[in-house]
Every structure is written in structure tokens, then in C-alpha cells.
Design a protein around this ligand. Sequence first.
Ligand code: CTP
Ligand code: MG
Length: 272
Amino acid sequence: MNTASRADVTAVILVAAGSGQRLGYGMPKAKVPLGGDSILTHALRGVAAAGIARQICVAIPPGDPELRAQCEAFEAELQAEHRRTAGSGEGVQLPAVTVVDGGSSRAESVRAALSALLPGMQAVLVHDAARALAPEAVFHRVAAALAAGAVAVIPVMPVVDTIKTVDPSLGADADIAPEVVTGTAPREMLRAVQTPQGFDLATLRRAHEAAAEYDNAREAAVTDDAMLVEQLGVPVYAVRGASQSLKITTPLDLILAEGLLEGPLGARWVEG
Ligand code: CTP
Ligand code: MG
């Protein structure tokens, strides 16, 4: 089955319910301005532009009227664009936009969205709104791997730093330094993981049902959806991610994202 024919049975979950503590803007990260729009609006535009989904289900901070309104405005923008291009054959897939209240952890936000997907969905891409500039090409690579039969697929990047391991419980000699190194991970085997992560929907639901029973400590250790699927013993495939998919986490990341949108690099930026 090709990517286009799968769009009718594919949903994208956009998790945007985090509080943005590390960005330190004093507001939920999804609301933070980026190049004249909010981080959430950029993320929504990126998902819709990829044209791979029948539904976009957004998890927002519970009861946040401003972010709900942004989602509604975005859906109206999509519909207006669709009407404008109707008949020209150029219109991209017009997805339904659904808004749900997120939970107190990312995994809970994903579960809230999973329970609001339209009937008939068979595949899902879970995407961080914080990766607001993820390029279309990455959505297409993930959707293509799903269409080719992957049950789980993630976008990854090679690791540029040398990664050492430490064991915080061992303790170092406090007079010398706070930590001692226990080893060096082989860099050619390491990958930095991004979103959107793609899954067979039934499999992701099963993985999240198992994780719903986790205690707080174990829940906090769940940093992506693929981890949960790995625990079911399902093979997780990896496709190439993109530098533009950086997760806006700290103020420095926001400066980078602004630079990607507006800075001198823009016109020379060729990575797909
Ligand atoms: N997220 C969510 N629900 C939560 C926590 C996180 O939907 N309870 C989402 C965020 O909105 C973000 C993605 O998960 O799009 C990745 O989370 P992260 O980058 O950690 O965002 P925040 O949790 O908002 O940031 P911080 O950890 O600095 O507070
Ligand atoms: Mg967080």
C-alpha cells in the first residue's frame, strides 16, 4: 500500500500539553511565540503540510482556552485553504482536528489522544509539538516505512558527541570531581531519537495499556513511545530524521528555531 492510500487510515497525535519548565517562559511551551506564531501553530502547519493523516489529535494543557482556540483557528485556516484549492487538484489531504485535555505526563497525554481517535484509524504518528519545525520529508519517511509494513518506526540522527556512561550511585572521590566515568558507548551504534514516531495503532494502544499501570518513577522514565513498543518485543525500525526537527527545550533551542525560520541560513538550508 502506498503512503497516499494510507492517509485515510492514519492519525497524527500532537502532544502539546507540557508546561515548558526548561524553556522558562512562564507559559505552556505550545503558546510560546516563534517567528510571529505560536510553537503549536507551527507544529500544526507542519503536520498538515505533510498530508499524511485523516485526523490530527492535539493534547493541550487541560482546559486551556487559548490553545483550544488556536487549534480551532488552524482548522478553519485549513478548511478555507481547502475551499480555495478545491477542484484544482492541488489540495492536500484535509485532516479533522480534534483537541483533548492532556495528562500530567507525556505518556498520559498520548493515552488521552489515543482514546479520541476516529474509528477506522489503523496507523498513528505521535509527534512532539515542541519539534515544531520537523520537515515534511521526515513525516513522509515515517509514513512510507509504515506503509511498507513496519509496526513501529522512529526518525533518528547520528550522535555527534562522544557519549560516556557514569553510575551516579557509585560516587566519585568528592575531593576530585562529582562523578567518575564507567565506560564509553560505541558511537557508531548510538542514535538520537526524534518524532514523529509511527506505529500500527493497535500495537501502540496495547503498549500504552501496559504502561498505564506504571508507578510514578517508572512513568517518568518513559521518554518516548517506541520504548513502550520495544517492551512488547516488536521490532522498531529507524529512518533518517532531520536537524530541523530539534526539540525546543531550552532558550538556546528557541534561538536556533528562530534562526532556522528567519536567519541567513534559511535560503541555504537543504537538508530534507
Ligand atoms: N507533553 C505533553 N504532556 C505532558 C508533558 C509533555 O503533551 N504532560 C508534550 C510537550 O508539550 C512536548 C512533548 O511532550 O511537545 C515533549 O515534552 P518536553 O519537551 O519535555 O516539553 P515540556 O514537558 O513542556 O517541557 P519541560 O519538560 O521543560 O517542562
Ligand atoms: Mg517535559
